[in-house]
Design a protein around this ligand. Structure first.
Ligand code: MN
Length: 218
């Protein structure tokens, strides 16, 4: 199949002043677009051509097809990253089961934010900081290098921050910590909660019906 650049879930100027229109014009309009175009070139006339994007990521990781993995994972990671933001951000986590899970793993939502931010500050070079759900139902904060993605590690991505310089250099130059502080102003917690709630891993140890994901009435 030929992949298309997915549309942004908001307008190019919607995340200002935290992420500028100019950054989105380059980051979405050029970097993200280029990963998608490059992927289409690389998979042409290969077995990958018939796969969905997540299948390409898993298979190319397994087969060590580095170019295909890098472009497929970057195409997927960026689409996920755009959805982590909303211009109508609510700063509080609303879902009580998610709050309980965060409290169990990190003590508090504020502490989760601090640990995620510290992790992103420490990532050397290019990569992504992720909040993931593990198969045992626990949460982890992980730095991943370059294009690496939780999809290649059987983890469920809940939230990510792109810490490649191209994500922040136009707005913040070398000041990654300022970008990270402002990151929390636009996080879409509904999206994060949805990622948790639609995952089969999130039902580990809870009273949910495996096939429908709905709470049992018992
Ligand atoms: Mn990027």
């Amino acid at each position: 199949m030929t992949f298309e650049l997915p549309s942004l879930p908001y307008s190019m100027d919607a995340l200002q002043p935290y992420i500028s229109q100019r950054t989105l014009e380059f980051h979405y309009g050029k970097h993200h677009k280029n990963y998608v175009s490059k992927l289409n070139e690389l998979i042409r006339d290969t077995p990958y051509e018939k796969m969905e994007l997540d299948e390409i990521i898993r298979e190319s990781a397994h087969m060590s097809d580095e170019d295909i993995f890098n472009n497929a994972a970057q195409a997927w990671n960026h689409d996920f990253y755009w959805h982590c933001f909303t211009p109508k951000a609510q700063h509080d986590v609303k879902d009580s089961s998610f709050i309980n899970l965060i409290n169990k793993n990190y003590g508090s939502v504020d502490n989760l934010k601090i640990q995620f931010t510290n992790s992103a500050k420490k990532l050397f070079g290019s990569g992504w900081t992720w909040l993931v759900l593990n198969s045992d139902g626990s949460l982890s904060i992980q730095n991943m290098k370059n294009a690496d993605t939780p999809l290649a590690h059987d983890q469920v991505p809940l939230l990510t921050c792109d810490v490649w310089e191209h994500a922040y250099y136009l707005d913040y130059q070398n000041e990654r910590p300022k970008y990270l502080t402002n990151f929390w102003e636009i996080v879409d917690w509904h999206f994060v909660e949805d990622n948790l709630n639609k995952s089969s891993f999130s039902k580990v140890g809870t009273n949910k019906n495996q096939s429908t994901g709905k709470e049992l009435s018992s």
